[in-house]
Write a protein that binds this ligand. Structure first.
Ligand SMILES: [Cu+2]
Length: 173
């Protein structure tokens, strides 16, 4: 099945299998259809890849001495033509890393696991203080101002994108 109208209805996981089926279908001479058919199949084969993902100005605040947790902030831009969905992260030298958000609970602001976070083609999502952030805990080495913390974001479809967050001091430098 290769009807263009159904492209967006397909589950993400099924996209590759569907694309493969289309290519087999097209490659079979008696079944050969028009160029338009192949184009539709090509569109189906589109999926997010790391080159479509921009991690912009990642940073974190230097944690106070004795603290091994930190929040990494950044802009996440989707320059591709398919939706990207941020679902997790990893930070070398940290016990855990997870996408967090803030939510109201009994009149108090709390933070906790959030996501998956979709970003539409051409759109950007800002992870900033008071909102979404990449929560890192159990850092083996405390980040100090001027240093950098490498991290990787994980997206649906097995796509990974990595960057280095700049450690800012309390004065913002
Ligand atoms: Cu948090």
């Amino acid at each position: 099945m290769c009807a263009a109208s159904r492209i967006h209805a397909w589950p993400r996981e099924g996209l590759w299998q569907n694309a493969d089926a289309c290519l087999q279908y097209y490659g079979n001479p008696p079944m050969r259809r028009s160029i338009a058919f192949l184009l539709v199949c090509s569109v189906m084969a589109l999926r997010a890849f790391a080159g479509d993902i921009r991690i912009e100005s990642p940073w974190l605040l230097e944690p106070p001495p004795g603290q091994t947790a930190a929040a990494i902030y950044f802009g996440l831009r989707n320059t591709g033509s398919t939706e990207i969905v941020l679902k997790g992260a990893s930070v070398e030298g940290a016990a855990s890393a997870a996408i967090h958000g803030h939510m109201m609970h009994e009149g108090m602001m709390h933070m906790g696991p959030a996501g998956p976070l979709p970003v539409a083609p051409g759109a950007a999502l800002l992870l900033a203080p008071g909102g979404y952030h990449l929560m890192v805990s159990g850092l083996a080495v405390r980040p100090v101002a001027g240093g950098r913390v490498p991290f990787c974001l994980e997206f649906e479809g097995g796509v990974r994108s990595c960057a280095e967050a700049l450690v800012k001091g309390v004065a913002g430098k």
